[in-house]
Design a binder for this molecule. Sequence first.
Ligand SMILES: OC[C@H]1O[C@H](O)[C@H](O)[C@@H]1O
Length: 302
Amino acid sequence: MKILCVGQIVYDLTFSMNETIIENRKYVMKERTECIGAPATNAAALLAKWGSDTSLIARIGDDFLGKEILDQLHKLNISTETILIDPSTSTSISCILANPLNGSRTIFNHPLQESHMEPKWPKEDPDFILIDGRETEIALQALKKYPNATSVMDAGSVKPWTSTLAPLVDYFVCSEDLSRTYTGQEIDIQDMNKLSATFSKLAELNKKHIVITIGGHGVLYQENQKIYHIPAFKTKTVDSTGAGDIFHGAFVYFLGHNYPLETVIKLASLTASISTETMGGMISIPSLKEVMQRAKEMKSIF
Ligand SMILES: OC[C@H]1O[C@H](O)[C@H](O)[C@@H]1O
């Protein structure tokens, strides 16, 4: 299975922190993890780890962190031939405060500036394209260049590019935050009328498949005009960084292995929930073996 991910790449520095920050103080951090991250990159890391032929189109600066990122991508088996090295900008950094008491993560991201660059395409045509909205111009070109690839969009929040890209993808997988901002309605899994109105409004963005991830409450999706709710798997969350991205990577993986949509979502949710048991984003991606083992033990998936 050949995958092309298009979007953001970031260098993540995560600290464990369970107190409220007060300005103008010094905090000594006892625990830290460092790894590369960002939505398209975390998803690409899962796909490569699980054996898919994965290329990533994302931008780094011609700087120290950019070199470190290239080195880490090599180790992860993600093709770096398509990585854009942009001397006019600096590699993006995220500083993440993860609260192990409730699993929340607060992200301070400094994104890089995206100016026009000619993309370098993978040697072989992809079967799947996963976009996170960044590198919008190239994402649009990719969707046009590979019309036979199945496309998935990870849409975390309403951004200037949302309404341009969303109608073009086969699967529009959005967050509760995006749904709330775009539709003006809170999600109430008990209220089918409200859910129907939410999905109808989101259909303005995408007419094929809409999936809404609702964090600790699970996932909602619509198939053949019917709305379904998959509850979240119970777990001991210490850090939810990258869980959404890991969900999207696993979503593409299981979609590519021809599981029905319900099973794809259950397995992707299980993968994401296992990842929250470990500190850090990318480094918390579980092995495929572990996911399948847990899925078998649960009996509620297949
Ligand atoms: O979704 C979480 C990811 O996006 C943020 O920007 C961090 O880099 C982290 O890896």
